[in-house]
Design a protein around this ligand. Structure first.
Ligand code: SAH
Length: 349
């Protein structure tokens, strides 16, 4: 019999579970507290629960715990990159960014990714598997434990495509929001997607206050298809329509991510087309100087060109920022830490 993943359960689900297995309903709240508030690593630490129940739990259920295998700290700004090992031996990356307004954690939603974006290291080995809600939460719990401070913001912008793991991501958001857990509201959660249109619309209908970030990277389909295979499935116009729908339903301003690649998508013509595309939509454009990966031929736009691109967007009346490069000294591109770990471990064996 497969063991039950109790850390991925809401309090109501956990209540049902304990009652079904013959215990009192109030036990669920106690267990939930140990899991999501105290973040214990073993059933034995649940000291207000009888030994008998603890034994039953460990027999029938799993307590998901991630193990940090590598932590890099930036000497410049305190950014930390974590490499965590999952119980099946897979590894994933997470990042802690320290801002004046609080600590923000960037988590992975999948092991690997199947989206195939040309500039991204996370997708090079394809998709291995989805992460459970517990594995997404654990990334934050272990980082919180490591730094001994509160986490105030979460972005799902690490490896993986969150809309390709929709149900688990929603369950994660619900648990993140739990007053008996981290109590992080949807407003302080950002989901970044390459633009899976039906899922964007579905998320809009959930009526949550999650911030939506769209990885656009190109203002027209022909160019976008050369960078992101998903552009063969959904057009930029479909994406913009879905964003308008999202804004109408939630009132949340949309973020567009635009990674600048030298001589590919960084011309002023592109800036004008981008401005036109998002016209009338309450949005913010985040320019990301592309982080070159050795497996691909993309190079970063020159600083002057990035500034020119930004100025042109501003002249066109757009809100725009250039993403600060956090932890420049420890910075591999997205997914690079995991890939280096896998490459070196395969070379050893
Ligand atoms: N799959 C989701 C989230 C993961 S990627 C998405 O597509 O949004 C997070 C962001 O980093 C995306 O905007 C992605 O396109 C961008 N990104 C990935 N690799 C990059 C690189 N090497 N340089 C710059 N941006 C990159």
């Amino acid at each position: 019999m497969e063991k039950t993943d109790i850390k991925s359960m809401t309090l109501e689900e956990l209540e049902e579970y304990v009652v079904q297995t013959g215990d009192k309903k109030f036990r669920a709240a106690q267990i939930f507290g140990w899991l999501h508030e105290k973040n214990v690593k073993s059933f034995d630490e649940m000291t207000n629960i009888s030994k008998e129940l603890r034994e039953k739990l460990s027999e029938n259920s799993v307590l998901t715990v991630l193990e940090p295998v590598n932590i890099l700290t930036s000497a410049i700004d305190g950014t930390k990159k974590y490499l965590f090992k999952l119980s099946d031996g897979n590894v994933i990356e997470s990042v802690l960014m320290r801002y004046r307004h609080g600590n923000s954690v960037c988590i992975s939603s999948q092991v690997g990714c199947r989206m195939g974006c040309r500039f991204c290291a996370s997708t090079l080995g394809g998709l291995v598997r989805n992460l459970t809600a517990a594995e997404m939460l654990e990334q934050i719990y272990r980082i919180k434990e490591d730094i001994g401070e509160r986490i105030s913001n979460v972005v799902i912008m690490g490896s993986g495509e969150p809309m390709d793991n929709y149900d688990n991501v929603l369950k994660f958001a619900e648990l993140l929001n739990s007053p008996k857990g981290l109590n992080i509201s949807s407003r302080n959660l950002t989901i970044s997607t390459c633009g899976i249109v039906p899922r964007v619309r579905e998320l809009a209908d959930e009526k949550l206050q999650i911030t939506l970030a769209i990885s656009l990277h190109a203002p027209y389909d022909e160019l976008r298809r050369t960078m992101m295979p998903v552009a063969n499935k959904y057009s930029v116009n479909d994406i913009i329509d879905a964003c308008k729908y999202y804004y109408d339903r939630t009132g949340r301003r949309i973020t567009f991510e635009y990674s600048l690649v030298k001589d590919v998508n960084d011309t002023l013509e592109c800036a004008d087309m981008l401005s036109k595309l998002v016209d009338g939509l309450n949005c913010h454009i985040n320019l990301i100087p592309v982080n070159p990966i050795k497996e691909r031929d993309y190079t970063q736009s020159r600083t002057e060109q990035i500034e020119k691109f930004k100025k042109r967007l501003e002249k066109n009346g757009k809100n725009v920022t250039i993403r600060r490069e956090m932890g420049r000294d420890i910075n591999g591109a997205c997914g690079q830490l995991r890939k280096d770990y896998i490459d070196s471990n395969t070379a050893d064996s």
